[in-house]
Design a protein around this ligand. Sequence first.
Ligand code: SDX
Length: 435
Amino acid sequence: MSDEKKKQPKANLSWDGKTVEVEMLEGTEGERAFNFSRLKAETGCYAFDPAMMNTCVCRSAITYVDGEQGILRHRGYAIEDLVEHCSFIEVAYLLIHGALPTTTQRQRFSRLLNIHSMLHEDMRSFFGNYPEGAHPMAVLSAMVVSLSSFYPELRLDSDKEEIDITVTRLLSKLRTIAAFSYKKSIGEPFVYPSHRHSYCENFLNMMFCSPVSLYKADDYDVAVMNKLLILHADHEQNASTTAVRMVGSTGANLYACISAGICALWGPLHGGANQAVVEMLEKIQRDGLTPDQVVAKAKDKNDPFRLMGFGHRIYKSYDPRAKIAKQLCQAMLKKKRLNDPLLDIAQGLEERALNDVYFQERNLYPNVDFYTGLIYRAMGFPKETFTVLFALGRLPGWIAHWQEMHNDPEQKIMRPRQIYTGPGKTEYVPIEARD
Ligand code: SDX
């Protein structure tokens, strides 16, 4: 037995006079877990953990989150450094390929993104059949899964070149689909991508150019767009990433997995919160509520109101992404000489909540969604597109986890168990006897 195996810490699990030894696992940063992968085989019992709040479903080398310290790192790099020094495409490359790209690798990646930026012309007609008020997340998930009808699916034994092409095709086309779905929603003609622009510049131009506007994405907005997409790029085993892994574990194609991730992200408790935050702030403004009144509603168990953009399953401290987003928001409004009353309301709520025992006792702080919607709003995005922008940022993270799962020998089709609480064996009674 290797020295490493000998040193592995153990735990004893005892019940009904029996005891089994359970191996303990330890991660890079010292986080520890009981290895329950043989629990049923060795004890005849399951572990009960609703919502998997205490369960590690895999080993992963992509992202590290320390909720107590407010730390977020991708492949070891601190989120603050990545936002400061990298473009979104470089971070996407880092997440998917495991290292920041060299100049040559970045050039090849950008070239592939440009080659694959167009949608099949037959897919354009899909947009025309959606009703006026179709939510862009519904369009996005449907269009992504439809890509599998136009482009070859990755097989589990696909070679690296095929994976690279499919991954960059998806990264590039999701951006085009996002822009086209917005243009459809406002009844304007689609704006095609151009090889002359960078990833974010292309996206902004596709969103805001029109036959009558001389819009050109300015360097400041392009830089902010890069930073916002980096802030959303990955977050270890969150709900939408778990959905991607779960669907991927059945062998479903990558497009189907990403479509599942988009649908999971849409929920207001997850990525949909960025839209819900702005809708909440707009309602607070309309109703003229004070921070005291809002915080009282958030604390009132008889009131369904929640302070959207606050709280997090992992962060029991200030979400490092929210810190960056708040600074970006303040800087953007100042640069654009915008005075958004919703920012004043948000900052007032933050200050009041952070000084309230209810929030302090539950370690409720602003999360990534609290300020990002206000930045999108200042950039001219309608709130219905905010979660689409979250999906655009999260895509490389989803892809990285999909790849990691398929390369992980410990991974099989996900199939959790349950504690059955229904009726015992029941004899059939014919309907005549039931009447
Ligand atoms: C994202 O997982 C990820 O990493 C997600 C994400 C990512 O990058 O992928 O970070 C992105 O989804 C961020 C979260 C966005 N969602 C919101 O902002 C919605 C508002 N937040 C909450 O609904 C809630 O905080 C969650 C869903 C984020 C976390 O919920 P938990 O961990 O299940 O916590 P909980 O609901 O059990 O709350 C614990 C206590 C409860 O009070 P008590 O029963 O103990 O009295 O805190 C209270 C809750 O009522 N609480 C809130 C609150 N959030 C929690 N009370 C008022 N307002 C809130 N926002």
